[in-house]
Write a protein that binds this ligand. Structure first.
Ligand code: OAD
Length: 260
């Protein structure tokens, strides 16, 4: 592990022209949103992904799946962006071009002020018809977070099909526009910051490697070891909500005045 204030990281960051910030569930952990693979609190520790995150699971039991995602959406609506989201948003005001690529289905990057965020795994906030694909307006009322009760999904106003969450499930393709844009940004990056992801879900997990192979400096911020450790030039171990503001204010004195 390198110290976040190590001059080589700071120099690389200051002189970067094209930066990609690649995030996973760990960036939202300090906002109270559960990650997937934490041994104690992870969603996939407590729930079966094949029941809740596959098209087959939805077709088998739409009320279980819709209710679970609506409870997650309610939790996200009540959560607030944390200093990690704010630091990432502020980076864009310090450097010429910053592209945020996230695997997260929450909207905390946007609410912290990041623009043009590429959501590789979709969003809790963009439901669509499972039959015809038409976007569907969000339900006005949201259930209580943690309710996790069954809930009948709405019906599509165009074809009458069941409405499904706008997230990418296991076995599904990633949205092409976002994936191509993310890969292009990684190819052109001179600095990639990888934050709070285990790096085990492909093809998203390939983004840091694309940047590294193309010559970018790759820096990881993670509370723990991850599959990306060996690929990264620098591994900064610690909570993103502490490490990122420290990194930003060390690289750009005066940064993070409000968010820290
Ligand atoms: P994971 O749960 O697999 O990994 C979360 C990572 O965040 C781990 O490496 C933790 O060590 C790290 N972490 C936890 N708290 C942190 C903190 N406060 N600061 C920094 N790091 C922290 O979540 P993802 O990598 O996002 O896919 O999972 C990838 C995909 O798997 C998700 O997008 C989802 C899931 O199945 C779909 O839904 C398609």
């Amino acid at each position: 592990m390198k110290d976040p204030l190590a001059p080589d990281i700071l120099q690389e960051l200051r002189k970067a022209h094209r930066v990609v910030v690649f995030t996973g569930a760990g960036v939202s952990a300090e906002s109270g949103i559960a990650t997937f693979r934490d041994a104690l609190t992870g969603l996939w520790t407590h729930f079966r992904a094949e029941d809740l995150a596959t098209l087959e699971g939805f077709q088998r039991d739409p009320e279980l799946v819709w209710g679970w995602y609506e409870a997650r959406r309610a939790q996200v609506l009540r959560a607030q962006p944390n200093p990690a989201h704010h630091a990432i948003a502020e980076l864009a005001s310090r450097l010429p071009r910053v592209t945020v690529v996230t695997q997260n289905v929450d909207d905390l990057h946007e609410r912290a002020g990041s623009a043009g965020v590429l959501h590789l795994h979709g969003s809790l906030h963009t439901p669509r018809c499972a039959r015809c694909g038409a976007p569907h307006p969000l339900p006005e009322a949201t259930p209580e977070p943690g309710g996790e009760g069954r809930l009948a999904p709405p019906r599509c106003g165009l074809c009458g099909g069941l409405v499904r969450p706008g997230v990418v499930w296991f076995g599904e393709m990633l949205p092409e526009r976002e994936l191509v844009a993310a890969q292009k940004a990684a190819l052109g990056a001179d600095f990639l910051l990888c934050v709070g992801t285990s790096g085990v879900v492909w093809p998203a997990a390939g983004i840091p490697g694309i940047a590294r192979d193309a010559g970018a400096t790759v820096v990881q911020v993670n509370a723990d070891a991850s599959d990306l450790d060996r690929l990264c030039h620098f591994n900064l171990r610690g909570p993103a909500g502490e490490v990122l503001p420290a990194l930003l204010s060390a690289a750009f004195p005066g940064a993070m005045g409000k968010a820290r």
